[in-house]
Design a protein around this ligand. Structure first.
Ligand code: TYD
Ligand code: MG
Length: 455
């Protein structure tokens, strides 16, 4: 019955096992498993029944107290993603690749919330105060009443927060925090979990909002913030392609607002600036309609966003042709190629296929299926779609086109940006207007025949 005092924890997904192995069985990552002392040995008694706990007071759902007000930062893109502003006593995790601009975003947020009247403390565990001040200078935020500290000891940070009682504490980053009661290196899963737990508990018990930064990295040394996602109220991801200046803040979990909401920013020499009309931005490089390029009218959270799909199809020199995707799901692409091949008789064997979403945007909606199929066909046939046309619709495995949600909103946004024609599935609520002509189709074969005259 001798139990080992250590466990082996995957530094990428947090799964623990009793023995070491080279590859994590839970997430499939290699060389991420590290030996750690467990956080708690568990209760010494076998069952809880040995001692009675105290009865907790129960309350009704109805209350006379008004809910605590949210604070808006006046950075609209940030407020929308938070669900309409910062909720007191909430714990927020902001994840993202190193260097994507998390510290920049949060310093701007700190200044904005401070100007909105909150008492804000910014704790950096990564940079020296001088570096943070230098960044503040560059962002022109030195007059904001934000209190700054450089510290990694969780005990000292909690003591400070307890004395200062801020409305908002920003901790950059959770991977640098060090709890002295946990026996492993900073950045390990145990440390990250302990820090997130302590900071979340602090937020709940003292009514301060806490925003934590977490790096997402493939490097096995640093624990991904995924292990703390379930502890916090809101999880935001800050994403973008390194080569592009656009950055997207996406809520993947929010207990106080809609998930999947996005805020769009542009990284400039003077920090992040808000992009209030992302559709115009993602389509700005568009000229004459070109083969392989199709505009998709998408919905991100509560907001329509138009993006351009670009496809390139060329004869492959390889025995196994390439399928390369940026900004869209690779297996979904394989599915659409298979439907085109078996339902419409258009083979892609022997052809390399490249698919890209312009501007560094990521699209997750199945509603983009038809736009992807249109881009692939357009590239393959080397003919462009009619000008000023948007396309959307889901493709089922039978080749039928299925209507998608919020058709009206998608059309309205397209019309606003100067599009006058839309190709959409039959069914679903939508009415043609004098500025927007609708072409409705029931299946992919009809689409191929009518648009490309093939099939
Ligand atoms: P940073 O916020 O330090 O990233 P993170 O905290 O996610 O690691 O931002 C890093 C990048 O942002 C860096 O490569 C420089 C760029 N940047 C600008 O382009 N303009 C600016 O005004 C600032 C402050 C940073
Ligand atoms: Mg940083």
């Amino acid at each position: 019955m001798a139990k080992s005092a250590t466990t082996f924890v995957c530094q990428s997904c947090g799964a623990s096992s009793s023995k070491w192995s080279g590859r994590c069985e839970a997430c499939g990552e290699w060389n991420t498993i590290v030996e750690e002392k467990p956080l708690s040995q568990g209760p010494s008694k076998k069952s809880l029944g040995a001692m009675r706990g105290r009865a907790i007071p129960l309350t009704d759902l109805s209350t006379k107290e008004a809910p605590p007000p949210r604070t808006a930062s006046k950075l609209d893109e940030l407020d929308r993603v938070l669900g309409g502003g910062l909720v007191p006593a909430s714990a927020v995790l902001v994840g993202g690749d190193p260097g994507i601009g998390k510290s920049t975003l949060l310093l701007q947020a700190a200044a904005a919330f401070a100007k909105a009247g909150l008492k804000v403390i910014y704790i950096s565990g990564e940079e020296a105060s001088a570096q943070v001040r230098l960044r503040a200078q560059r962002l022109n935020l030195t007059d904001a009443p934000v209190k700054l500290a450089t510290e990694t000891s969780l005990r000292d940070i909690l003591t400070t927060l307890d004395e200062e009682e801020p409305d908002l504490a920003i901790v950059d980053s959770i991977q640098t925090m060090w709890a002295d009661n946990v026996d492993s290196a900073p950045g390990s899963v145990s440390q990250v979990r302990a820090a997130a737990h302590e900071l979340t508990t602090f937020a709940k018990s003292r009514g301060s909002a806490v925003i934590m930064v977490g790096h997402v990295t493939k490097d096995g040394q640093i624990a991904g913030p995924r292990v703390v996602e379930h502890m916090v109220d809101t999880v935001l991801y800050f994403e973008g392609e390194r080569g592009h200046q656009f950055r997207i803040l996406r809520s993947v979990k929010n207990r106080f607002g809609p998930a999947d909401e996005i805020g769009v920013f542009e990284m400039t020499g003077g920090g992040l600036s808000e992009v209030t009309n992302p559709s115009a931005l993602f389509l700005s490089e568009r000229g004459q309609p070109a083969p392989g390029s199709v505009v998709f009218s998408g919905i991100e959270g509560t907001r329509p966003v138009m993006v351009e799909f670009q496809a390139l199809v060329s004869p492959s020199p390889h025995s196994q042709p390439r399928r390369s995707v940026v900004g869209w799901d690779g297996s979904r692409l394989a599915m659409i190629l298979a439907v085109l091949e078996s339902r419409c008789g258009i083979p892609f064997a022997g052809l390399d296929v490249y698919l890209n979403v312009a501007g560094g945007m990521r699209v997750n909606e199945p509603a983009a299926d038809l736009a992807v199929a249109a881009a692939l066909l357009s590239a393959r046939e080397d003919t462009s779609l009619p000008a000023e046309t948007v396309v959307f619709g889901e493709i089922s495995l039978s080749g039928a086109l299925r209507p998608v949600s919020q058709t009206e909103n998608r059309l309205k946004e397209a019309q606003k940006l100067g599009f006058s024609k839309a190709i959409i599935p039959t069914g679903g609520k939508a009415t043609a207007t004098k500025d927007m002509a609708l072409t409705r189709m029931g299946d992919l074969t009809t689409f191929v025949g009518e648009v490309f005259g093939a099939g």
